[in-house]
Design a protein around this ligand. Structure first.
Ligand code: GUN
Length: 286
C-alpha cells in the first residue's frame, strides 16, 4: 500500500497559512496582492483552471480579476491588454491561461508580460534565471511537485528520477528542480526507445505526458515514488483521471499522488505563493 499524498490537504494547510499572512498586508502595505488572469476562448479545461484560481485567491485573500476574451481576439489586442496591466501599479501578477488559439504567438505573449509580474515563471528571463540557478519566480507545477515530495519526507538527493514529458510548463522545469535537489535525472519523451525499461529504473517517476492511464504497473519499480501531473478524461468512464493507471500502480508504489486532488491543487497553491512573492518584492523595493 502506497502513501497517497493529498495535494488537496497540503494545499489547504498552506493556503490557510498564506491567508493569515495576507490578512496583515492591509495594515502594512495599504492593500492586498492583486492577480489578473486572462482567459482567451472557452476551452472547458482552461475555464475550470481559471475558476479554481479565482476560488483559491478568495480563500487566501488575494484580489483576483479575470479578463475573459473570445477565441477570435487579435494578437495585437491581447498584447495591448498585457501592456495596460504591466503599467498598472495595482496589478502584481499577470497570468495568461495556456494554450492560446493557434493564430496567437504564445511565446510573444509570454515575453510581453513584465517579468516582475510573471507569476507563472514562464517569461524568458525567469526561465534563464532558473537554468542559471539565480533567484526567480519558479513555475507553479514543478514547485508544487518538489513541495509535495519534501512534505512526504521523500529524500531526493542521489535518487534516480525519471521524467516523462519535456514541456516548457512541466517536464523541463521539474527536471531542473530535481537536478538542483541533487537527483540524477533522465528526461524521456515520445521518441524514447524502450521507455518501460527506463521508467522501471526510476526511484522517483514524474509523469507529465497528457495521456490517460499511460503508465501501467509493468513500467514502475516496486517501491517507486510516483507523481502524476496528468489531468485527462477517462475515455471509458468519462471521469477525471491522470497519466498513471492509479489502481494498477498504487500497490507497487511507496508514495503516489492521486488525480484529482494531487498535483493540481498544489499548482494553484504555488500560484498564490508566487503572487504574494511578486507583491512583496514590489512593496519591499519601495
Ligand atoms: N495551462 C496549463 N497549465 C498552465 C499553467 O501552469 N499556467 C498557465 N498560464 N497556463 C497553463
Amino acid at each position: 500500500m502506497a502513501n497517497i499524498i493529498s495535494g488537496k490537504e497540503l494545499s489547504a494547510r498552506l493556503k490557510a497559512d498564506m491567508a493569515a499572512e495576507v490578512a496583515t498586508f492591509g495594515a502594512k502595505y495599504g492593500r492586498v496582492p492583486h492577480l489578473t488572469v486572462i482567459l482567451v476562448g472557452e476551452d472547458p479545461g482552461s475555464v475550470s483552471y481559471v475558476t479554481g484560481k479565482a476560488k483559491a485567491s478568495a480563500e487566501v485573500g488575494i484580489r483576483n480579476t479575470t479578463i475573459r476574451k473570445p477565441a477570435t481576439i487579435a494578437e495585437e489586442e491581447l498584447l495591448g491588454i498585457i501592456a495596460g496591466l504591466n503599467a498598472d501599479p495595482e496589478v502584481d501578477g499577470i497570468l495568461v491561461q495556456l494554450p492560446l488559439p493557434k493564430h496567437i504567438d504564445e511565446q510573444k505573449v509570454i515575453a510581453a508580460i513584465d517579468e516582475t509580474k510573471d507569476v507563472d515563471g514562464f517569461h524568458p528571463l525567469n526561465v534563464a534565471a532558473l537554468w542559471q540557478k539565480q533567484p526567480c519566480t519558479l513555475p507553479c507545477t514543478p514547485k508544487g511537485i518538489v513541495k509535495m515530495l519534501k512534505t512526504a519526507g521523500v529524500e531526493i538527493a542521489g535518487k534516480r528520477a525519471v521524467v516523462i514529458g519535456r514541456s516548457n510548463i512541466v517536464g523541463l522545469p521539474v527536471s531542473k528542480l530535481l537536478l538542483d535537489e541533487n537527483a540524477t535525472v533522465t528526461v524521456t519523451h515520445s521518441r524514447t526507445r524502450d521507455l518501460a525499461e527506463v521508467t522501471r529504473g526510476a526511484e522517483i517517476l514524474v509523469v507529465a505526458i497528457g495521456r490517460p492511464k499511460f503508465v501501467t504497473a509493468d513500467m514502475v519499480a516496486e517501491g517507486a515514488v510516483v507523481i502524476d501531473v496528468g489531468v485527462n478524461r477517462d475515455p471509458e468512464t468519462g471521469k477525471l483521471c491522470g497519466d498513471v493507471d492509479f489502481a494498477a500502480v498504487e500497490p507497487k508504489a511507496s508514495v503516489i499522488t492521486p488525480v484529482p486532488g494531487g498535483v493540481g491543487p498544489m499548482t494553484i497553491c504555488c500560484l498564490m505563493e508566487n503572487t504574494i512573492e511578486c507583491f512583496l518584492r514590489k512593496m519591499q523595493a519601495r
